[in-house]
Design a protein around this ligand. Structure first.
Ligand code: SF4
Length: 458
């Protein structure tokens, strides 16, 4: 794919609220109706399959709050909290591991947050020991960690490598001093480069940088300076997120309203500029949904081979595994159900102290949900659908099952975003930017959704 040209009129037309489809149905559909006996039954059933495992650990702590943050965090300078938290993670892992077949291999491990590197290197080692005690890693495990470059030391990187991590994602957002000051996150270029050097030196196979557009004081010109620096750092992958202003969920974001947030027009120009610069001269391939990767990256190859997957950790080549997630607010996923842990630390600790699973809400997936989930995931990952292949895969007549949905794509076709034939549909290059909108045509949970539950699609 060469430089992707962005049509701003179309961006404006399709910029509506919609799910990000890291799950289907989206997490907004989870309820507290799912009980532990029901869930335990699903997990025991799931264990008969010996499917691969994906392990997720949520480390919620950060020393300071970045005012744009939309993550589930606990802000504290008290580092002894890390030790206590690991004690509880150990209880939770021990509790769940008794239900999981030991022959199942972990093909994916992810530490997210918050900031996993809030933990001291020896705490990371201890958590690694706990995980290795209860689970077996596959030889080619994809093990990724989210890193806050402001808190990383070389010893952190050594400890992460010892645990088995081989991928890292670094939060950057923007290198401009005025932007960094306005969002309460000061992080120099030198500090970030030092992190990358340590990670490369220690043999991390893939480094991702996260950027955000739509922050205070950003202009196309200023963001180009950040992009210049970032391109010079040669990350393997880039995630460029639109700033989601949701102060009704994250009250601290109100602080940003006193700053100069870019106008909607500037935000669109920023998006256009990012996509065109990153895809220029085939530097990066736009995978879809904010993600870019080098043309030879395994994500790009998986997309070409139609083996790319999408789950709560975003795009992945190992996304077909069942996710068992640990820690406050963590979401687990098996084909038959989703479930989320208690979202506040005291409740999470209290459940484990009482010997209970810290389940707060979840969802039992129906047969129709499974059909729609698979369809939405294939659209988002493969950028197209082959009706015969989908019919075989799902055991239905795909074209007649989704007759109404396929018909509803006429408007997208007229705008040059999809091509339809009797045999299938294909998302065009310019349609990649609208992949959420296209996927939404196959979603039958949207009618009752409130506008405020989801961020905008672009
Ligand atoms: S470091 Fe990351 S998780 Fe922590 S407050 Fe900042 S953006 Fe949020």
């Amino acid at each position: 794919m060469s430089t992707l040209k962005v049509d701003l009129d179309l961006v404006q037309k399709y910029n509506v609220a919609g799910p990000r489809y890291t799950s289907y149905p989206p997490a907004t559909k989870f309820t507290d109706a799912l009980t532990w006996p029901q869930l335990a039954e699903k997990i025991l059933e799931n264990n008969k399959t010996e499917r691969d495992l994906s392990l997720y650990f949520h480390i919620p702590f950060c020393e300071t709050l970045c005012w744009f943050c939309g993550c589930t965090t606990v802000i504290t300078l008290n580092h002894s909290q890390g030790q206590t938290y690991i004690n509880y993670l150990e209880k939770e892992v021990a509790q769940m591991a008794t239900l999981i077949n030991r022959r199942r291999k972990a093909v994916q491990l992810h530490f997210g947050g918050g900031s996993p590197t809030f933990l001291a290197p020896d705490e990371i080692r201890r958590l690694g020991d706990i995980i290795h005690k209860y689970f077996t890693f596959s030889d080619d495990i994809e093990a990724g960690v989210e890193i806050d470059p402001r808190r990383l030391t070389r010893d952190h990187v050594v400890a992460l490598r010892e645990v088995g991590f081989n991928r890292a994602s670094l939060g950057v957002q923007d290198f401009e001093p005025a932007v960094q000051q306005a969002v309460h996150r000061i992080q120099s270029r030198e500090m970030t480069q030092q992190n990358i050097d340590w990670l490369r030196e220690m043999g991390f196979a893939s480094i991702n940088l996260d950027l955000i557009y739509g922050l205070p004081h950003q202009t196309v010109e200023s963001f180009n300076r950040t992009l210049d620096i970032v391109l010079g750092m040669q990350p393997d992958r880039l995630a460029v997120f639109s700033y989601a202003h949701v102060p009704w969920v994250k009250p601290a974001q109100k602080i940003l309203e006193q700053k100069i947030l870019p106008s909607p027009e500037t935000k669109l120009q920023l998006l256009k500029n990012v996509i065109e610069r990153l895809t220029e001269k085939n530097r990066y391939v736009y995978i879809g949904m904010d993600h870019f990767a080098r043309p030879k990256d395994e994500l790009v190859l998986a997309q070409q081979n139609k083996t790319l997957q999408r789950n709560f950790q975003g795009y992945s080549t190992r996304g077909n595994a069942d996710i068992y997630a640990f820690g406050m607010s963590a979401i687990s996923q098996i084909p038959e159900a989703y479930w989320q842990n208690e979202k506040e630390l005291p409740q999470y600790y209290a459940a484990l102290d009482a010997g209970r699973v810290p389940l707060t809400r979840g969802y039992v997936v129906s047969d129709e949900d499974k059909i729609r989930r698979d369809t939405i995931m294939r659209v988002m990952c493969d950028l197209g659908l082959d009706y015969a292949a989908m019919s075989q895969r799902l055991g239905i007549n795909f074209a007649s099952h989704f007759e109404r949905e396929i018909e509803s794509l006429a408007a997208f076709e007229a705008d040059g975003l999809v091509g339809r034939s009797e045999n299938g549909l294909e998302v065009t290059e310019r349609g990649r930017l609208f992949i959420r909108n296209i996927a939404m045509c196959f979603d039958n949970t949207l009618a009752a959704s409130g506008e405020r539950k989801h961020s905008r699609t672009i």
